[in-house]
Design a protein around this ligand. Structure first.
Ligand code: FMN
Length: 204
């Protein structure tokens, strides 16, 4: 017989020390989003409500809890970059999440580089960057159709920069960069190494 599971209804509270939701749906890749405001101010911020949602063309999305600067800039300019956070960039990524109005690239000691085909900065230290154009945005709502202060931004990846070290015999090696992945709690993160890899092929 199955042991009794802990059950809760999120609307009524989880009753635990930390909300388990983002520890359960984790670890999540981080959307390190580079944008430029219409007046030319550079912006960089991490978003762990982030993922890849289509293969061809590649479409990624991140979710802004509140109408934050990254979202505002994307809505104004229609473009953004995504930048890979590798293990050695974890501290800088964290610094770039500062909520005060400071220039995040400088504050975190990072180099803004021009992208090729979009007017948004990419992170010079990142091993991979995407250049993205806004395709859709969506305001989330709950089961009562009440609009939430949460916004999803979808972008088509129209350019991909990959450092040569990530390509091993012409194949992109996921673990090489030791991508930083967000878990739950106040500040849990994970990374991956080649030892964690296993291979499964889909049934035919
Ligand atoms: C690892 C990490 C992940 C985060 N994920 C999100 C997220 O998914 N959505 C969000 O709204 N804020 C997230 N934040 C907080 C934002 O980075 C923070 O509010 C930032 O100041 C927003 O910057 P902006 O206003 O320049 O866009 C995250 C912070 C960290 C450190």
């Amino acid at each position: 017989m199955q042991e009794e599971y802990y059950f809760y209804e999120p609307k009524l509270g989880h009753g635990l020390k930390h909300d388990p939701i983002n520890a359960i749906v984790g670890p999540r890749a981080i959307g390190w989003i580079g944008t430029k405001s219409s007046s030319g101010t550079l912006n960089l911020a991490p978003y762990s409500f982030f993922n890849l949602f289509n293969y061809r063309p590649p479409i990624i999305a991140f979710s802004s809890l509140g109408y934050k600067d990254s979202l505002r800039n994307v809505m104004e300019t229609g473009v953004f970059t995504w930048n890979l956070v590798s293990r050695d960039l974890a501290e800088q990524m964290n610094l770039s999440s500062i909520e005060q109005a400071v220039p995040e690239f400088e504050f975190a000691g990072l180099t803004p580089l021009d992208a090729r085909n979009v007017d948004a900065p990419r992170v010079g230290e990142s091993l991979v960057s995407f250049e993205c154009r806004l395709t859709q945005h969506l305001r989330l709502q709950d089961i009562n159709e009440t609009e939430l202060d949460t916004w999803m931004v979808f972008g088509e990846v129209i350019g991909v920069h990959i450092a040569p070290s990530c390509l091993v015999e012409g194949v992109y090696n996921t673990s090489h960069a030791q991508p930083v992945l967000r878990g739950g709690g106040a500040g849990d993160y994970f990374t991956i190494t080649e030892a964690a890899k296993f291979v499964l092929r889909r049934p035919k």
